[in-house]
Design a protein around this ligand. Sequence first.
Ligand code: C2E
Ligand code: MG
Ligand code: MG
Ligand code: MG
Length: 281
Amino acid sequence: NADAAMYLAKESGRNNYQFYTSSLHVMNNWKFELEKGIRNALQNNEFTLHYQPQVDLKTNTIIGLEALIRWNHPEYGFISPTEFIPVAEEIGLIGSIGRWVLETACNQRKQWQENGLPPVDVSINVSAVQFRDKHFVATVQQVLQDTKFEPCCLELEITEGAMQYVKEATSIMGALKELGVRLSIDDFGTGYSSLSYLRHFPIDKLKIDKSFVDEINHHSSGEIIVKTIIALGNSLGFEVIAEGIENEEQVSFLVQNNCRLGQGYFFYKPLPAEEIEGLIH
Ligand code: C2E
Ligand code: MG
Ligand code: MG
Ligand code: MG
């Protein structure tokens, strides 16, 4: 990584200058490969969606599915969205990818219904850059119309980063609510925004970030943060869901503290669409 390389280079003086530049070179090449790959990926059908169930913590009933993008690169294999989404944002392709995700998830849900599965809500992740794009609201409206999707069954997950320009975010969120979709704040508690936005924005749900859930039962401040977010969400009338639940102890803690919903490997990993059919029959 660049920081490490820079540090090493500084540490050991000029002799390492070459190491530093060659490591940067490797990184730039990788980024170039990523950029090139992303441009081809949509056309070549290299993206797929996996779906991770969200459950009611008391009954274990599946109440929703989060769509998560997967990229199988023909040469490099699986590449994580945390790696390629920021690059897609940078090179202006997040809009097309986001539209593909939306269309694919809406069509998939329609397909499930035609196959006789009970209705289940679908949520998709919206990047901050995608959210702020001037075509975003119109795209959502268009896709809902084209796929004849009931807006109330669609949830959009946005991060606090998308909300830093308050005026702009207020009008985008207002327009989305008018379409009838639901809004949730992903990775809640890790961003930089002030709590006052909770009063001004038309939010339906808070997703407690995994980093806090990880600290449950470690007698740490993370545990207090989890309790506080649940209380805050419940008293402001939001739904609250904990992400990244990996064990039974975390479930008991969350239930005891009145968190109604959860998601994580303890229940289900993100799964290909075919495997979801067997779960919600
Ligand atoms: P996120 O929306 O916060 O999604 C949760 C991530 O945690 C997912 O990683 C999921 O597979 C993983 N996860 C869920 N439960 C557990 C658990 O119990 N333990 C552990 N260790 N991990 C768990 P994934 O799929 O790699 O996605 C990472 C991030 O990439 C997402 O974080 C989201 O920010 C972004 N992303 C994924 N799909 C999309 C997409 O279609 N569009 C956009 N814009 N971003 C996406
Ligand atoms: Mg998410
Ligand atoms: Mg999340
Ligand atoms: Mg997260």
